[in-house]
Write a protein that binds this ligand. Structure first.
Ligand SMILES: *Cc1c(COP(=O)(O)O)cnc(C)c1O
Length: 334
């Protein structure tokens, strides 16, 4: 599946499977819960950034760029998938990795995604917390251009209109899954951070005329800020697709599950990770999907999701970061 008129560099195993979460549905006494396995996109442990990178790398290759730059938190899944995608496309990659306050001391700096970035021999620029990452990349691009280079900067999370096209593709897959299973109404729950995943899903559902709804569970920002972030990517994405931008009432998100802040799990996050491991043999992550699942569990328990025919949890990946959070999951005992 791909969007016509856009170069796409094949990286992902798609369509990803849709599976029932039978134990969890029974325990919560909720409408049936399904999981869309975008943690299984295949590239370097998978995750949601791979779909975006198919379009972003497609564009970089079409422009004959000779270096990929991107940025994120130190344990960025996006940075890891970008480093892998760049290798596969034969282009070197530079990562601007920001320290995130409140994260664990042990393992966080070197294990998990960082270990993988190093295996891909990405050039890592470690920057302090609060750095303007876009500005840092722009400055580096100028330096490279002055030396005759052709750098291709990818924004944090790969979240621009082009990257979001990856989730327009995913929305089409979801519409097909729902159709095959005879499901008429569904609520799709996803972690929402830089906003491209949610924006692409909304655009894709609008494009196919589906009535499925998307509910974002925020991982880093208040409702107001998150809605604005998603809207801006949604507008860019719809402009590329030449469709009308859906009304901003289509952007629904919930900021009750992310505090104390980005990259710092709370008790509900850890409980959700442990619960899904125990009931479904499924791995979530401490930064995104653990928070999104904590939201799903809480909303289903309160009966807030009872009127939909099915709940679809989008598994966006991120499990590589588990190894960086060992001290939070299991204390310092050995
Ligand atoms: C980046 C990421 C998200 C959030 O997606 P956005 O498009 O940035 O909103 C969710 N889950 C995981 C595991 C991620 O790495």
């Amino acid at each position: 599946m791909s969007q016509r008129g856009f170069a796409k560099h094949s990286l992902a195993h798609t369509p990803t499977p849709l599976e029932p979460l039978e134990w969890l549905s029974r325990e919560l006494d909720s409408p049936p819960i399904f999981i869309k396995r975008d943690d299984c996109t295949g590239l370097a442990f998978g995750g949601n950034k791979t779909r975006k990178l198919e379009y972003l790398l497609g564009d970089a290759l079409a422009q004959n760029c000779d270096r990929i730059l991107t940025a994120g938190g130190r344990q960025s899944n996006h940075a890891r998938q970008t480093a892998a995608a760049a290798r596969k496309a034969g282009i070197p990659c530079e990562l601007f990795l920001e320290n995130v306050s409140g994260t664990p001391h042990d393992f966080y700096r070197t294990s998990g995604n960082v270990l993988l970035d190093r295996l891909f021999e990405a050039e890592i620029h470690s920057v302090p917390s609060g750095t303007d990452l876009d500005a840092a990349m722009a400055e580096r691009c100028e330096e490279l251009i002055a030396k005759g280079g052709r750098p291709y900067p990818i924004p944090v999370g790969g979240s621009n209109g082009l990257g979001a096209l990856g989730y327009v593709d995913c929305a089409r897959e979801l519409v097909n899954h729902l159709h095959e299973r005879g499901i008429n109404s569904a609520t799709i729950i996803t972690a929402t951070g830089s906003g491209g995943t949610q924006a692409g899903l909304i655009a894709g559902l609008a494009k196919t005329g589906s009535n499925a709804e998307v509910l974002g569970i925020n991982v880093s920002a208040s409702e107001e800020i998150q809605r604005a972030k998603v809207y801006s990517v949604l507008a860019d994405c719809c402009a590329l697709l030449k469709i009308q931008t859906p009304d901003d009432s289509s952007i629904r998100c919930n900021d009750q599950y992310y505090l104390p802040g980005y990259g710092v799990p709370n008790e509900g996050t850890l409980a959700a990770i442990r619960r899904l491991a125990k009931t479904e043999g499924l791995l979530l992550d401490p930064v995104y999907t653990g928070k999104a699942m904590a939201g799903l569990i809480d909303l289903a328990t309160k009966g807030i999701l009872s009127s939909t025919d099915a709940i679809v949890f989008l598994h966006t990946g991120g499990q590589a970061a588990l190894f960086a959070y060992e001290s939070i999951l299991f204390g310092d005992d050995d």
